[in-house]
Design a protein around this ligand. Structure first.
Ligand SMILES: [Zn+2]
Length: 255
């Protein structure tokens, strides 16, 4: 096992997992999407960010955490007008998350951290984590690295709007070693459309489910031209530290 990442399941054998189990306290499950990210970053942007972050958390928490393979599809109805995007139905998404968590409980693991890279998954994650806690009795939390690092994300941005295919997402990809997912030669600002109705729509006070091309013509928000490895480092490292602080307390609390 010497030169291998002992707590990344994709790189482990079952005897290695068996040997790791006595120390393992938390399973880290990354979840992303397969959806367009404008002309700026690839379909695996959210999955790559979540997966890279989950592996860093597992390394930071070694030997107490196990990073398991990512779920690479999410709830992306709103991106379906852009070619290449794919979506799960919320029922399917919740069943996949539920059954993966349930599988690891069969090996005696009871504490879970979901690293979510896609905002469209949040309503379903809220429901499925509720079911998992109250039906299966597991301890479970979910987070977005960007939300955990809110101050650093705000401090380092160069354009007022963030949120999708933006400088924050591109910077996290660069820092996490996913530069192949960033179309660095052709980064472009979002082509934001005027709201169709007063007080409503994207970030409005009145919510409407909207296709993404109703919000932005090229599928991007913000301005990815401000992306940098350093900005990615500041947000990712701040979030890893906060998540580690949280996990130390979450693990120690024997429910
Ligand atoms: Zn994204």
């Amino acid at each position: 096992m010497a030169n291998r990442n002992a707590h990344i399941l994709e790189e482990m054998t079952w005897p290695e997992v068996k040997a790791a189990l006595p120390d393992l306290k938390v399973v880290v499950l990354p979840i992303g999407s397969t959806e367009q990210h404008g002309p700026n970053t690839s379909f695996s942007t959210d999955t790559g960010r979540a997966d890279g972050f989950a592996k860093r958390v597992a390394a930071r928490m070694y030997p107490q955490a196990l990073a398991v393979p990512p779920i690479g599809y999410g709830i992306s109805y709103h991106h379906m007008r852009f070619p290449g995007s794919a979506t799960l139905k919320p029922e399917t998404f919740m069943a996949v998350v539920y059954e993966i968590v349930e599988s690891y409980t069969k090996h005696g693991l009871r504490t879970f951290l979901i690293v979510n890279g896609h905002g469209g998954n949040v309503p379903a994650l809220q429901l499925v984590t509720m079911k998992l806690r109250y039906e299966l009795g597991v301890k479970i939390a979910y987070l977005s690295p960007t939300t955990v690092a809110r101050e650093e994300v705000e401090a380092g941005k160069s354009s007022p709007l963030l949120g999708h295919a933006c400088e924050n997402e591109a910077s996290q990809l660069l820092y996490l070693g996913h530069e192949r997912m960033v179309n660095s030669d052709a980064l472009a600002p979002g082509e934001i459309r005027q709201p169709q109705y007063p007080h409503a729509g994207f970030q409005g006070r009145i919510q409407i489910p909207q296709y993404f091309d109703e919000v932005t013509a090229n599928g991007a928000l913000g301005d990815a031209r401000g992306a940098s490895w350093e900005y990615g480092r500041s947000t990712v490292e701040a979030a890893v530290e906060r998540v580690a602080e949280f996990l130390e307390a979450f693990i120690a609390d024997e429910e």
